[in-house]
Design a protein around this ligand. Sequence first.
Ligand SMILES: NC(=O)c1ccc[n+]([C@@H]2O[C@H](COP(=O)([O-])OP(=O)(O)OC[C@H]3O[C@@H](n4cnc5c(N)ncnc54)[C@H](O)[C@@H]3O)[C@@H](O)[C@H]2O)c1
Length: 295
Amino acid sequence: HYWVGQHPDDRVVVLDALTYAGNPGSIASLTEAGRVRFVRGDIAERAQVASLIAEEHIDTIVNFAAESHVDRSIEDATVFLRTNVLGTQALLEAARDGWGAGAAERGCRFHHVSTDEVYGSLDPGEAAFTEASPYAPSSPYAASKAAADHLARAFGRTYGLPYTISNCSNNYGPYQFPEKLLPLCVLNILEGRPLPIYGDGLQIRDWLHVADHCRAIDLILQASPAGETWNVGGAAQEPNIAVVGAMCDVLDEAFAAQPQLKKRFRAVARPNPPTEDPRGVVFQRVKASVRVARQ
Ligand SMILES: NC(=O)c1ccc[n+]([C@@H]2O[C@H](COP(=O)([O-])OP(=O)(O)OC[C@H]3O[C@@H](n4cnc5c(N)ncnc54)[C@H](O)[C@@H]3O)[C@@H](O)[C@H]2O)c1
């Protein structure tokens, strides 16, 4: 949606395997209007990717495709390694072979979308991660994304593939699959179901609107030299429990004029934001720096 709106003259091809997290309805308005070509396919199927690159004369690849849910990776990491590592490898190889020599000079670019989870977590008082922070993934998901980042860099060094990488914080926004915190909470609040808060809910996350994330990727594609990594954050760090509390408030307010509906929210736990400055006390995690966003 972002790219078509900002770059209406570009041809956009979406390759997506339509896993449980994929929904073609999210881009139906664009495919039906002929603004986007949708191809159902797996990034790990190198031959299919290669023929698509050749057929469409693709010069820019943005690799969003992934298994992305940390909890699922803890249950079984197999598909995470297949898509996030082997899938990225297949995409990189297809780009390398399809673009051939002189890809950088011709303006080709492989942008790999990654996560700040590759850096692990911060202790109270520690400075925010930078692009130079060492990798210390905690979950199988983060480890698979870290491996993919390393592969992109290795393809840059070994084959001269023009790549960039962005490591972003927690996204929110339209069309998000409701296993992620915000859409899951909205649905649970509306249904009067318990909210998924881990422990005391004081874990801090940085929140990045998906449109801001897309703007950052756009900026990187336009302005960053190949071979660079960029951390992208929303400069919006909040304990989970405060975010959920704010959502309860917003929904209460939205339904204030309809008391019969408001009753439904009574059963929902109402978390209180922490009263102390969390930075010195419960600051478990802060997300990446906002270099791109500030530009
Ligand atoms: N959502 C976040 O908060 C967040 C934060 C940091 C980084 N990221 C990264 O951003 C990217 C997008 O995340 P998301 O939240 O939209 O993920 P998502 O899980 O909601 O969607 C992933 C998409 O990839 C598709 N897909 C999965 N396996 C595929 C395969 N083998 N081939 C082709 N398509 C496949 C799915 O069908 C789905 O449409 C991912 O690379 C993720 O690691 C997301």
